[in-house]
Design a protein around this ligand. Sequence first.
Ligand code: HPA
Ligand code: ZN
Length: 339
Amino acid sequence: MDVRSFVRALPKAELHLHLEGALEPEMLMRLARRNKVGIPFRTVEEIRAAYRFSELQDFLDIYYRGMDVLRTEEDFHDLTAAYLERAAADGAVHVELFFDPQGHTGRGIPFAVAADGILAALADGRERQGVTSLLIMCVLRHLSEEEGFAAFREAGPYIADGRIAGLGLDSSEKDHPPAKFERLFAAAREAGLRLVAHAGEEGPASYVADAVDRLGVDRIDHGNRALEDPALVRRLAGRGIALTVCPLSNLRLCGVPDMRQHPLKRMLDAGLKATVNSDDPAYFGGYLVDNFVAVAEALDLDRADLVTLARNSIEGSFLDEAAKQGHLDGIARSAGADG
Ligand code: HPA
Ligand code: ZN
């Protein structure tokens, strides 16, 4: 069996996916027409050609511009449904999705328009594809903590009944350390949310340590630069804190010049609970299995490594223990079936 088929057949969870980053150029064009939103592109090829970035901020500028075509509940539903279809085809059995409510409320789209559209599609996905899901709202770290609190308060009813399960931290990392959001994360923990934060993508290893120590996160998004601090690596490994690594994204934004130099294998060898994810697949050129295949081929990962990565994605998820065990058994069956 080839790597792609083997990986596709393994039950897996995707834990680092920005819904707005799954907006494919075709859908961007279609929604621009549907909503009569002016965009500076005439063709899908022109959009793809504009995806030239080598720094996080250059990417974010295009990403925020792109999401402007998302206006109605139906738009958010369609975007989420399209992603779920791809994820299910890639053998994802569970997804934990990010969305950026402030990216929408900041341009006049009510919180509920985004959240309700996304949640309706997630409910469909559970029913039709059998893919379970949790929704994580991210706060934009280039904005103030007070603005983050405003988004958190707007989410109140969704948090109270579990429709929003977690809080994350994304956007421009440089000069926006985790400590800026310490009070917000304390309030979110108090409200029962699971906590994650982007750290060590462009920021230093100390931001990873601070996300763990000051924000109390359950999981680190990216975390690549944690490798610069061996004592921190030992602590993350010892505590089993999962890292949601995104190989194709890293190639563009994380200073990985060539996939053969990607740190994933080093992370596994150091005992880190690393997982593979797609981040913003419409912008970085691949979905879940594409990320697995790219890094597996470049680093010559063997079947045992791939099984470990699939297991890590389940163990690092926020599923309950019974659901985790069910999927781990599924991975063992799938890996065993290949002999
Ligand atoms: N990093 C930070 N913020 C983001 C990203 C990312 O990779 N994708 C969407 N928002
Ligand atoms: Zn991300």
